[in-house]
Design a protein around this ligand. Structure first.
Ligand code: ARG
Length: 403
């Protein structure tokens, strides 16, 4: 009986060709696995296709809830925007899919696992490092990284093997999507000087075509994670889905930026992440109401480190868990409601309230008597600027002594 490998199968051309290519080049059987992280694909058609191409067996795992609660929620608590912009939608899903590959490989007593990542991207790092951390004995096969086929020879190979092809209309874009966002690459997007054409977007209305009337949404947070929309308590998966639809309708969520990949390549990346943008902006604002300035300053550095680790495929590094422990401690007080206004591509936090807020109207108000003793300010300023004042005195003295 030949050995087996378990292939992460999306149903697209690359992983379809990979089924046959692995069978031929490695002489092993291929078991396919599709993990549902909210990519909204026809999962039955994917299974039928895998079997038609020759997969020995196909597995399907619905991991939407796990993805939302054990991966995306951590990104929310860490305000995770890589290089200030990208909410890690793809990056967060990879370690989850990789761990499911390992699970099925163990169940099937497979000798290895396979994925459809290229050798130019970040996803290969995320898959490989998660697999190596969980099951170092498993062989990792990455056909697209190995086979050196051009797109045309790949299509030729698919044709010669009778692999069903995607619809005739040539696919311009390469996309990846899940509950937390959609990424769009290739075609006209590879020229970073040119605005993305409208057909690159599927989740968001063009801001200029968005409704003329603004809409408000209030998001309730408990322990740093969103639990309700407009007062209605929702499970995470539904909350993300309805916020993606609502904010997307108002043209909110489009991201276009220059990104540094871990392999060193600079790339122009385009995303649609309506729910992620609204939730993280709201979360950041609420943190500013409930955390001290000392906590906020330090946490910003932790958040950045956390985001980099996850982007860079190091989900399994113990540092990630250690940072999570710090972040979770701060989130115990991140509870409250944030009101966001959505209008023609803009998202604006317009209100926040929390039973744990550090805001004290009595201290902050400019109206009437308060408990803040203004006479203390004079002495405070004297001490606060002590060294700044001294340094400037020295500077003037030096200038006077100059020839
Ligand atoms: N640049 C993003 C990242 O590294 C998006 C990757 C998209 N992946 C894909 N297989 N299409 O996370």
């Amino acid at each position: 009986m030949p050995d087996k490998v378990v292939l992460a199968y999306s149903g697209g051309l690359d992983t379809s060709v990979a089924i046959k290519w692995i069978q031929e080049n490695y002489g092993v059987d291929v078991v396919t696995l599709t993990v549902d992280v909210g990519q909204q694909e026809d999962l039955q058609a994917i299974e039928a296709k895998a079997k038609a191409i020759g997969a020995l067996n196909h597995y399907f795992i619905d991991a939407k809830k796990e993805f939302a609660e054990l991966y995306v929620f951590k990104g929310v608590k860490a305000n995770a925007f890589y290089q200030g912009k990208y909410p890690l939608s793809t990056a967060l899903a990879r370690p989850l899919i990789a761990s499911k590959l390992v699970e099925i490989a163990e169940k099937e007593s497979a000798v290895g696992v396979a994925h459809g990542c290229t050798g130019k991207g970040n996803d290969q790092i995320r898959f490989d490092l998660t697999i190596k951390a969980l099951a170092p004995h498993l062989k990792i096969v990455a056909p697209i990284r190995e086979w050196k086929m051009t797109r045309d020879s790949e299509i030729e190979y698919a044709r010669s093997k009778g692999i069903p092809m995607p619809p005739e209309r040539k696919k311009i874009y390469s996309t990846d999507q899940n509950l937390w966002g959609r990424s769009v690459e290739c075609g006209p997007l590879e020229d970073p000087s040119v605005e993305p054409p409208d057909d690159a977007f599927e989740w968001t209305t063009a801001p200029e075509k968005a409704p003329d009337r603004a809409e408000y949404v209030s998001i309730t947070f408990e322990d740093g994670v969103p639990t309700a929309l407009n007062g209605e308590v929702l499970p995470a998966v539904e909350l993300f889905e309805s916020l993606n639809a609502l904010a997307g309708k108002h043209g909110v969520g489009r991201i276009d930026h220059m990104e540094d990949r871990i392999v060193g390549i600079k790339s122009r990346e385009v995303y649609e992440c309506p729910a992620a943008q609204v939730i993280i902006e709201a979360h950041k604002d609420l943190e500013k109401a409930v955390l001290t300035r000392h906590e906020l300053g330090f946490k910003a550095r932790v958040d950045e480190e956390w985001t980099f680790l996850v982007y860079a495929g190091l989900w399994m590094d113990p540092l990630r868990e250690a940072l999570d422990a710090f972040i979770d401690k701060t989130q115990e007080r991140v509870c409250g409601v944030v009101r966001v206004k959505l209008y023609k591509g803009g998202l604006h936090v317009v209100g926040r309230s929390s039973p744990l807020t550090l805001y004290d109207l009595n201290l902050a108000t400019y109206e009437g008597d308060t408990t803040f003793d203004q006479t203390l300010a004079e002495g405070f300023i004297e001490l606060w600027g002590l060294q700044t004042k001294a340094a400037n005195i020295v500077k003037r003295k030096m200038r006077r002594n100059e020839p």
